[in-house]
Design a protein around this ligand. Sequence first.
Ligand SMILES: *Cc1c(COP(=O)(O)O)cnc(C)c1O
Length: 367
Amino acid sequence: MIKFLDLQKINLLHQQEIEARLLKAFRSGWYLLGDEVKQFEKNLSAYIGCRNAIGVANGLDALRLILKAYMELGVMQEGDEVIVPANTYIASLLAITDNRLSPVLVEPDIDTYNIDIAKIEADITPKTKAIMIVHLYGRVIFSEELKALAQKHNLKIIEDNAQAIGAEWNGIKSGNLGDAAGFSFYPGKNLGALGDAGAVTTNDDELAKTIRTLANYGSEEKYVNKLQGLNSRLDEIQAAVLDEKLHYLDQENDRRKEVVKFYLDNITNPEIILPQLPENEKEHVWHLFVIRTKERDRLQNYLKDNGIQTLIHYPIPPHRQEAYPQLHHQSFSITEKIHEEVLSLPVSPVMTDEEIKKVVETLNNYK
Ligand SMILES: *Cc1c(COP(=O)(O)O)cnc(C)c1O
């Protein structure tokens, strides 16, 4: 069977190096807020090109903490609005509503699956305080228009960079395009930990300090609590693994690009709508290779019967989720169409040429 993502194979690629780092962290006797986290934060901020990186417990917390810190700093308050793409993963919305902010959903562009920047301004109100862009499937969304729009309306740009680590726009890495960015190192992401992990990057030192404090019980000095914080720290073992794996990230993203090129050049079945390559290849790190087709479930079953595992990102849009009854009255035709038609094919740095060929042949034989 061709797995959607073979995590074991991915992590065993660098088995010796990772095991050495794990052992070192284990034997150090220091498991939180130590040197491994410091080193990873330093290397991550250097990689992104950004002044600050703060390790946190997961990607959802990274986004929650950015918004919570802005509220502590008086940039936004309960009931304010945050613009977010309607077709994002639920975590983007959870970060907003958890802070008692209000998500304002905007349709994506069907060609890129990213928020349609031209549709944002119509949804800006006096309560809008931020735009959360999501570099969905690994593709960067950014433009001079977006920057100008944020400036004009005095809005923060927050990047949900859970899926696009390593991507670039105009020579700037995703995670360094807006005011602050949240990263996820969930095991299946392009830079994956051996469990949950996340980070925030920002050039805003005051925001960084507030996030660091909030993530550690609201405390800067042990047992002295400045803020009502939470416990959301990156642990030493995960930081050590991530710091090691960061060395291989670009190389692994390049292999993903090779897989994708082969798919794009060789999948010819007219039933299948392929994702589009951005003009500048650096804008996409192909966390997911998402196709569209009219009878999606039939294609998924056909691929399964032929030994190819696929997933759907995502089957239910946020405004149709049971968790968000307050959004049920809204409708977003592009978003809904995407959720009915998308299917994610296997793509990873460890797929063999043989596997890639088999996926292509099987798809081309589908009728
Ligand atoms: C994975 C993901 C998150 C959440 O990350 P976790 O580490 O799982 O909490 C947020 N947003 C998007 C777009 C994601 O893909």
